[in-house]
Write a protein that binds this ligand. Structure first.
Ligand code: FMN
Length: 159
């Protein structure tokens, strides 16, 4: 299957999750393309609830992909505005499956992770995607590597 991974990551944790997905899906025989989003101006914070003008230098085409994995950190108790802007600008996800994944600081998913995932799922659904169960990994007081390994295995089995 052709898979696109589109990730926003400021400090590397969500990128680590994306790399784990890339490695696993590639070794399972899928053709995987990974893009870490770059913006025209550096964005170090913000919220999806505020109006932001976000432009990319490397927004990928996902036209060929049957499955798209969107990943980003939790910012301000919601998804990063950067990954949401990318999803909105990619726009058409009709006929594709989408899995969203996110990492967060706080140890409880109710402190932003669940809301972030719900937001990303809503955007993907609005764009015509078949939304598959996504993933939240916490960093504080938790073992991020273990969660990433578990969630990577779960996501790989969805396909
Ligand atoms: C601007 C900003 C806002 C954040 N807001 C939250 C938050 O509301 N809840 C939370 O659990 N973590 C929050 N975090 C922590 C990040 O979600 C967490 O460190 C994440 O794993 C970073 O991912 P990255 O390394 O891919 O950038 C915030 C981080 C930043 C930089």
């Amino acid at each position: 299957m052709k898979v696109s991974i589109v990730v926003h990551s400021l400090s590397g944790k969500t990128r680590k999750f994306a790399d784990s997905l890339f490695d696993r899906l590639t070794s399972d025989g899928h053709i995987v393309n990974l893009t870490q989003l770059e913006t025209t101006v550096p964005i170090k914070g913000g919220s999806v609830r505020q109006k932001m003008d976000i432009k990319f230098t490397n927004l990928p085409s996902v036209n060929d992909a049957e499955l798209v994995l969107f990943g980003g950190p939790v910012w301000a108790f919601g998804p990063s505005p950067v990954i949401i802007a990318a999803m909105q600008q990619i726009a058409n996800l009709k006929g594709k499956s989408v899995v969203s994944f996110t990492t967060m600081g706080f140890p409880l998913k109710c402190m932003g992770g669940n809301a972030a995932l719900a937001w990303m799922n809503r955007v993907a659904g609005t764009q015509g995607a078949k939304v598959l169960p996504g993933s939240v990994c916490c960093t504080m007081l938790r073992n991020l590597d273990e969660q990433i390994a578990t969630e990577t295995g779960r996501i790989a089995k969805l396909i």
